[in-house]
Design a protein around this ligand. Sequence first.
Ligand SMILES: [Zn+2]
Ligand SMILES: [Zn+2]
Length: 292
Amino acid sequence: MSIKFLNQQDFTIHTHTHEFDGRNSSAEMIDRARAVGFRTIGISNHFIVHPMIKRTKLYGASVAGGYSSMYSSDFDEALAKFIPHYAELEQLRDKNPDMQILRGLEVDYFPTPQWADGFARACEILKPDYLIGSAHFVEYAGTVCNVHDMAILDDKTQDEMLKIYWSNVRRLAGAGMFNFLAHIDLPKKKGLGLKKKWAGEWEDTIVAIAESRTPIEINTSGYKIGTGEPYPGPKILELAKLYHVPMFFSDDAHHVDQLGCCMDDAYIMTQNCGISNFASLQKILDFRGRKM
Ligand SMILES: [Zn+2]
Ligand SMILES: [Zn+2]
């Protein structure tokens, strides 16, 4: 990675490790982040708790792929994974005094009283440094469906689910509990939600995010899927610029080789779009929505 980007941002706070769906240990991720030139790394594994989660199509694939530990049916199950993981991060802080190591969670938000109570209890125990709001799932026809699985459905069902998806992103902003929102046009991963007919949903979503003042990430893992753009792409970023949504860059690294990946490309793209509304690390960490 060149100096250009690191002058702009010396932190990476959306990353995953091998206890969940990443490939490397936390120690390996910290070492590589240092070698790339970052001064701060945040480890933010998936916090996905839903009573139906193991009935999703993707769950079978996650078991076969060895990353099913990212899914929990209840909060005790999630805590049993995160308590030792966070304890290890504490130890790594002592071993790496030159690096700022943050403990994050990439959270799928489900707006039920049971979820809110369980999540509040988990936060009291874990005391995460920051929370990422993500919408990887839509609730549909009595179950939850991952955006991956939407790709195989008929057009009408897909459209209904995409509408729910965009309203879920607005719901994340309105929840007022996340330090930033992740990959807000995630269905793009499967080629969905890109057509012009969705432009109204994009704008409504950006307006809701702007009203909540929640920062969004420019997630460079979008480059991996061959669209030549991050999540979100330039069209949505133009709207985010228009409505003064604070932004910064993430790599969403699941492997040491992905740390800092494509950040120069994304940075150059933002310069071409005239984007300058970047959020500092402090601003992101200090941000708590109005409801907390
Ligand atoms: Zn994600
Ligand atoms: Zn992620």
